[in-house]
Design a protein around this ligand. Structure first.
Ligand SMILES: [Zn+2]
Length: 424
């Protein structure tokens, strides 16, 4: 299959961050050419803003089922009275329905790769593969039973999960010790052994709330990043979700270790965690910083355009400095930074890269008028619902806002059924 995108503004995110006026030619899974192209193609799209697909570095896909369920509550009450009782009832069919809905929402708003962490991860990986979404699938490790299995089964099943998915084109198995307050030193040790054995990524929540930091400090005499480091998990294949309550010294340690921070500004603000992931300091230290939505129970969307805007605004406001996090730095976090960290041959539009490409309606009312700063429009003016075409690995998933070969109404039915079973 070949795809030609004609007469468009192409935000390449290449080394020089060039924006090219012209055409883009895709063949098979790959970007073949950028420029003025006269080749014929099977599929032609015209007059768009073209950009790399976005990378959501921290999410819990099936939690879309709990979107809007128990908002505006204190964190502890929200978890104890709403989220955990509903999650305790989770079955495979619910996970499958929720994942399908999340995949629709993510791709409809321009995400082409996600980094997930949840229960029943095998079901999630299967749905993502069927859909054609790139998914780093995090198998959760905890010190207590999950809705899926007994705690003793988690480690052996995690290893089987890694073996099952290693080398897959769309799915990358990830080890996901939930956090330092939910994983004992023994569990962290075992996670490190698995990481070493399979050279796998580790995905862990880190210093999301102040309470978490002081609970871990009290229990183990170390703050979460130190605890993660102590058990050998602070390294260049570890994704640290949140880091809203980290110190300047911890910023240095994270940068030195080559770990990647996944910043989730919308979820942090909605749950009122009060911490500000120190982006300026992380940037100064040359640390990898990426963006995530977190689960839709605490966001309540999976829209990375909205996350980009919040990510830039929260720090400008907090530091009384409108230049502190720029539009370009924000777009980098959502694309090329994450791709580089993951070793993914995507995240920019360059010849030879995988064709993970999205287009935006250049005539949308909120993108008028068109100045020469399209990056500003993407970060501050666009919404995920300006995305009108989505191509992942050279395959058109959505064309003119219509999903190809997916019965959306049927997904909504499954989701409604799952919701009714989970929430009385
Ligand atoms: Zn999370």
């Amino acid at each position: 299959m070949s795809i030609l995108i004609k007469n468009s503004k192409i935000v390449t995110q290449n080394k020089n961050r060039e924006v090219v006026e012209g055409d883009l030619y895709i063949e098979g899974q790959e970007i073949i050419e950028i420029g003025r192209i006269s080749t014929e193609a099977d599929f032609v799209i015209r007059d768009k803003i073209v950009m790399p697909g976005l990378i959501n570095m921290h999410t819990h896909l099936p939690m879309v089922l709990l979107r809007g369920y128990g908002d505006d509550l204190p964190l502890e009450e929200w978890l104890t009275n709403r989220i955990w009782p509903a999650e305790a009832k989770l079955k495979k069919s619910h996970i499958s329905a929720g994942t399908k809905l999340a995949l629709l929402e993510m791709s409809a708003t321009g995400t082409t790769t996600c980094n997930d962490m949840y229960f029943f991860e095998d079901v999630i990986a299967n749905e993502a593969k069927k859909f054609g979404m790139r998914c780093y699938a995090g198998f959760s490790l905890l010190d207590f039973d999950t809705p899926e299995m007994k705690k003793e089964e988690l480690l052996p099943e995690c290893e089987k999960f890694i073996r099952r998915w290693k080398g897959d084109e769309f799915i990358t198995p990830v080890i996901a010790p939930h956090a330092t307050y939910t994983c004992s030193p023994e569990t962290l040790d075992k996670a490190r052994e698995l990481q070493k054995k399979y050279d796998a990524f580790v995905h862990i929540h880190c210093s999301e709330t102040r309470k978490e930091v002081y609970d871990v400090l009290e229990k183990y005499g170390k703050r979460p990043p130190e605890q993660i480091k102590e058990y050998g998990l602070l390294n260049k294949k570890t994704i640290l979700a949140h880091c809203g309550w980290i110190t300047k010294q911890e910023v240095k340690e994270i940068a030195l270790a080559g770990a990647c921070v996944a910043h989730n500004p919308v979820s942090n603000m909605k749950l009122a965690t009060g911490g500000y992931t120190p982006l300026p300091e992380l940037f100064d230290a040359d640390a990898c910083v990426s963006l995530g939505t977190d689960g839709a129970a605490s966001n309540n969307k999976l829209d990375m355009f909205e996350t980009m805007k919040f990510a830039a605004l929260i720090h400008k406001h907090h530091r009384w400095n409108p230049s502190i996090v720029t539009a370009q730095e924000t777009l980098d976090m959502a694309t090329i930074n994450a791709a580089k960290f993951l070793g993914l041959n995507a995240g920019s539009i360059e010849e030879g890269k995988k064709a993970d490409v999205i287009t935006l309606d250049a005539r949308a009312v909120n993108l008028m008028p068109s100045h020469n700063n399209i990056i500003s429009h993407i970060v501050y003016a666009a919404s995920g619902f300006n995305v009108d075409n989505v191509i992942i690995n050279g395959k058109v998933i959505m064309n003119d806002r219509k999903f190809i070969g997916i019965d959306v109404e049927n997904v909504y039915k499954e989701v409604e059924k799952a919701k009714n079973e989970l929430i009385d």
